[in-house]
Design a protein. Structure first.
Length: 206
């Protein structure tokens, strides 16, 4: 899918605004600049940022409700995927988007980017375990295996929450290996960017 096709998908299928597209274009430009010096994303995917990274992250909006006084936490945000993309989409000042990233290099990029984009996103440095996380939505992309995701979310997130994870072709195999002592239910959704990829949505009960 080329840039124009991705932008059409964002506008017509996912309800991003023209202003959001402008901000995503700036995100794309800044990511390429920063990636020349620091390895935020694989060099092999630089030509496919719009579909492999932006659209892949953006599709999560279908499973979110941007309600007042709720929040979203992106675990291991890296280059802001998916957190920055979701922060661009969010237009509710009472819905909070939080990014957790322990790399100083990556948090520097995220801070500079948020200033340029002028979006309402909070960035938390250091290991996620050093913070109190109480979001209703926990999202991640290329962070941990599913079992580790659930264990971490149950240990450090003290409220009922939804865990939304972008996974590759091994998603169903990882689900089969989960420990049944965890109190959860899940749905498995198809990714719009790859027939092999999945979006796994867990309802975690405390």
């Amino acid at each position: 899918m080329n840039k124009e096709e991705v932008q059409s998908e964002l506008l017509n299928k996912l309800n991003f605004s023209p202003d959001d597209i402008n901000k995503l274009t700036l995100f794309h430009e800044e990511l390429l600049k920063f990636n020349k010096k620091y390895n935020l994303i694989s060099k092999s995917t630089e030509a496919h940022i719009w579909d492999r990274h932006i659209l892949d992250s953006a599709q999560i909006v279908k499973y979110l409700s941007f309600e007042d006084d709720k929040s979203l936490s992106d675990m291991g945000s890296g280059a802001g995927l998916p957190g920055i993309i979701l922060g661009i989409f969010n237009n509710n000042p009472k819905f909070h988007v939080k990014l957790y990233e322990k790399s100083n290099v990556k948090t520097k990029f995220l801070k500079q980017l948020c200033e340029k984009l002028n979006i309402n996103v909070q960035i938390y440095e250091n290991d996620y375990r050093s913070h109190l996380i109480d979001s209703f939505y926990i999202v991640s992309r290329a962070f941990k295996k599913l079992g580790e995701h659930i264990r971490i979310s149950r240990e450090i997130i003290k409220v009922n929450h939804k865990l939304i994870i972008l996974k590759g072709k091994n998603a169903e195999e990882e689900i089969k290996q989960l420990n049944n002592i965890f109190n959860y239910s899940y749905t498995l959704e198809k990714s719009i960017t790859s027939p092999d990829s999945k979006i796994v949505i867990f309802d975690i009960k405390k």
